[in-house]
Design a binder for this molecule. Structure first.
Ligand code: PA5
Length: 398
């Protein structure tokens, strides 16, 4: 269940005209390019889902120590967000899930290669294009390590990439690695409910069928997505160009990062769009809080509030800790509203596979609707290409 509380952002909650809404609904319901994520059955078929569950069983039966997920941007952020949100802080399950290929840190990769020595490891390399530099470098190194140290290295590598093209697909064919397909008509940041996210998530012990059931129900929140997208559209016109994607739970920070990528990469085009920043309260109340209360008026907050959670009693206060945390959510919204920084609260009952599936779908809808309102294409990312061109040119000279 997703509920929008717009009390603290009321002045921006003005309706978009009906003709525009029908036009966007039309775009969402027909087969527009890159919109297969709307239909969960197109995102992941029954057959693919069963295949993922079979691969998961085979891997877990071998009792691995570490499962390395290699990918960048839309190829890992969603899986990491889901795993972090639904995993305990301290009682870590086996296998340990480690992400790689998300930067070009030589320190990280050399320490990782040291850390995995002698351990039972499996690798899922994920890249739709198969050509992205960061995961390519990480995979080359880890594959090389596997080849040198395991006679059965082939069975330890699962490649998630385009069904037909790309160097990763070619390599998988030559080496005989198991492959999973990235859906053609879904871009990276809209793909975490496909094979891209589902294998790592399943390996971590999360019920992926329940996650998908939640996502299937996400369409119920189309009106709420329109409301959220129109608020973002109206507030940007008022020069509120920074959105803090705020949660009050540390392990939801990567969800904030996922939302930031989804909104930022989908809408930051033609000199338009809001800059989304992941934010954790109450920690950042003791840093960014000052700016939000009294600094320049460029920001607003989108707060994800979880109504119920595992709870403990406080010692000296007449409230359980989670209720106290949620009381603080409300008071911070009031304080910031007094300081002319508005907040929108997205409430969910609890953090579970089902509600997270709903929430992911709701943010997909909002990103697409917001892009259409801005009259830009929410499904491309031409601006990411420029740095790649410069780097690739230089790589040829190395
Ligand atoms: O959302 C996107 O499309 C991007 O963030 C991509 O996921 C990212 O650039 C990685 O691309 P690829 O999966 O081709 O390696």
């Amino acid at each position: 269940m997703i509920k929008l509380n717009t009390n603290y952002i009321e002045k921006y909650n003005q309706n978009i005209d009906n003709a525009k809404i029908s036009n966007i609904k039309e775009k969402l319901s027909s087969s527009y390019p890159m919109t297969d994520w709307i239909n969960i059955d197109k995102t992941i078929s029954e057959e693919e889902l069963n295949n993922i569950l079979k691969i998961k069983e085979t891997i877990l039966n071998d009792n691995p120590d570490i499962f390395i997920v290699i990918g960048i941007g839309g190829s890992f952020l969603g899986a990491k967000a889901i795993i972090d949100c639904l995993s305990p802080y301290f009682k870590k399950n086996k296998p340990e899930i480690i992400f790689a290929g998300t930067t070009l840190s030589s320190k990280y990769l050399s320490e990782l290669l040291e850390y995995i020595k002698g351990k039972n490891i499996y690798v899922n390399v994920i890249s739709k294009s198969g050509n992205t530099l960061e995961p390519k470098i990480a995979f080359d190194l880890i594959e090389d390590y596997l080849k040198k140290n395991y006679s059965d290295y082939q069975k330890r590598i699962i490649v998630t990439t385009d069904k037909e093209i790309g160097s990763l697909k070619e390599k998988a064919n030559i080496e005989g690695y198991a492959t999973l397909d990235v859906p053609k008509n879904i871009g990276g940041r809209f793909s975490c409910l496909s094979a891209v996210g589902l294998l790592p998530v399943a390996i971590s012990g999360i019920d992926i069928k329940m996650l998908l059931n939640g996502a299937r129900n996400g369409i119920e929140y189309l009106d709420e997505a329109f409301t959220y997208a129109s608020i973002r559209y109206n507030i940007e016109k008022d020069n509120r160009v920074v959105e803090l994607i705020t949660t009050y739970e540390e392990n939801q920070e990567s969800f904030g990062k996922w939302v930031s990528q989804l909104f930022g990469e989908s809408q930051g085009k033609d000199k338009k769009g809001i800059l989304p920043i992941p934010n954790i309260f109450t920690s950042n109340l003791h840093s960014l809080g000052q700016y939000l209360q009294e600094g320049r008026k460029i920001a607003f907050e989108t707060v994800i509030k979880v109504n119920k959670s595992e709870d403990i009693k406080t010692i000296n206060y007449g409230s359980s800790l989670h209720n106290l945390n949620n009381m603080v959510v409300e008071k911070v919204c009031i304080a910031h509203e007094e300081g002319d920084t508005s907040s929108l609260i997205i409430e969910i009952d609890e953090m579970s596979e089902y509600t997270l599936g709903e929430l992911i779908y709701f943010f997909y809808l909002t990103a697409a609707i917001g892009g259409y309102l801005l009259e830009i294409n929410p499904f491309d990312q031409p601006g990411v290409e420029r740095y790649k061109e410069l780097v690739n040119r230089e790589l040829k000279n190395l």
